[in-house]
Design a protein around this ligand. Sequence first.
Ligand code: BV8
Ligand code: ZN
Length: 242
Amino acid sequence: MWNAIAEKLLDAKKIVFVTGAGISQESGIPTFRGKEGLWRKYDPMQLATIDAFYQDPKLVWEWYEERRHNILGAKPNPGHLAIAELEKYKDVHILTQNIDGLHQRAGSKNVYELHGSIITIKCTVCSFKDKITTGFSSLPPLCKCGNMLRPDVVWFGESLPQDVWKSAMEQASTCDIMIVVGTSLAVSPANLLPVYAKQNRAIMVEVNIDPTPMSYTMDVSLRKSAANALPGLVDLVSGKVF
Ligand code: BV8
Ligand code: ZN
């Protein structure tokens, strides 16, 4: 599966991953646009936008709390674990659109959360921000300052955290190999990251069960699941298989 670029993989110093909901699908977390996708049941523009939040904060909070409980019960799968193990052999950075924290729970260190995190909460007015450690007695939860608290995620129409976005562009533009895993590349500006890598002559790899708008620019396109394809990458790099 990885033999076509075995040489490049062994020579590579920095490997950067761009991951999306597909890498967490085998942990039981629905993707956004798949058949059983999250958005299928809910209209994203209805729930993951600031207007939706102010229109019906309770509904938006119920959606996030349902997802957060599903995520807390989920475990990293062999795809997440392989990427974490790769850090033993290479300089690995993970630019993820996911808010589920599974890369960190798998043991990955250099994780850039482009769209925030479902386990962090922040105030809509003051600078309060904290990890969510317990449930809430009522929704929407209120800050000590009296204003509503919100999930610390990036909604449609909101800009990405500037510092995270800047570092993500930097990593994408300076990697030897970019591996895009489990994302339809439908959402901007995250979908620009593979373009930056390509412009800087990185070797481009896609691991995705469906084709994406950037499949034609890939050096290798694996129509495989993440949990299926990624362990083979570590076997090759670690010398377990030649
Ligand atoms: C911004 C956090 C500007 C919340 C998310 C028209 C109208 C309105 C807006 C726009 C518009 N056109 C463009 C925009 C901009 C908009 C955008 O891109 N919209 C799209 C939908 C057209 N982007 C934004 O609004 C961004 N902000 O542009 O700000 C700005 C600038 C300055 C100042 C102010 C503002 C913010 C975007 C962030 C939105 N938040 N999530 C939450 O999660 O609740 S996006 C959401 O979609 C998730 O983060 C998710 O990651 C992301 C993308 O989805 P994917 O991860 O790719 O998942 P998907 O299901 O689509 O694909 C899964 C893939 O995996 C599939 O291809 C499948 O085949 C594959 N797969 C499935 N299983 C497996 C697998 N592959 C391997 N193995 C498997 N097992
Ligand atoms: Zn506050």
